[in-house]
Design a protein around this ligand. Structure first.
Ligand code: ZN
Length: 191
């Protein structure tokens, strides 16, 4: 982690890990990629290393992020997908020219072209979002139960009953809030 910047929230699903670079959307939002270098850092952590990023590229990345968030939220609510958001996702997907590479160890790596690596990385993220939105992957899109969060996340639990985008943050906070509320209701011995 670089000093002074909010930490990343990393999940196992690329598209929703990306939308989680803005958290507490319904409360006090926390921007986790506030400067181009932080997008470079985030991409590196997610197997999409790029050399550099401009302010314009960061803006395009955020536009894609918010489009994925809108589309995933609509999908979770079983509402029609918003046309402009779908357009952005499709455009970024079409622009990307990343190649999937199979390593000798049998793992997949993304090879980005040196001249357009941020665009290629965004293409990989957009394609990942399309896979989820199209229902191709085993799981369910849902919204976090935390009222200050409401992040769209991809539930791959067997029971498909996950309530929070992340147990360590939203889940624990909700539990603590409920515990505190129940403590307050109980009269103290000295009262
Ligand atoms: Zn949450």
């Amino acid at each position: 982690m670089r000093a002074g910047f909010p930490e990343f929230r990393l999940g196992s699903v690329l598209a929703t890990s990306f939308t989680a670079t803005l958290t507490e959307r319904q409360g006090d939002p926390v921007e986790r990629i506030p400067v181009p270098q932080r997008l470079v850092d985030w991409l590196a952590v997610n197997g999409l290393a790029v050399d550099s990023c401009t302010t314009a590229q960061l803006e395009r990345a955020r536009e894609l992020r918010e489009s994925i968030h809108l589309a995933a939220t609509a999908a979770a609510l079983k509402e029609p997908l918003p046309g402009p958001a779908v357009q952005v996702i499709n455009d970024r997907s079409a622009e990307g020219r990343a190649a999937a590479i199979l390593t000798p160890d049998g793992e997949r790596e993304w090879r980005l072209s040196p001249s357009s690596s941020v665009e290629d990385a965004l293409g990989v993220i957009a394609a990942d979002a399309i896979g989820i939105l199209a229902g191709e992957r085993d799981g369910r899109l849902a919204l976090c139960a935390s009222p200050t969060c409401r992040a769209a996340f991809f539930d791959t639990s067997q029971s498909r009953t996950r309530k929070w985008c992340e147990m360590n943050t939203c889940g624990n906070r909700q539990k603590k809030a409920r515990f505190n509320a129940s403590q307050r209701k109980r009269p103290r011995p000295e009262e």
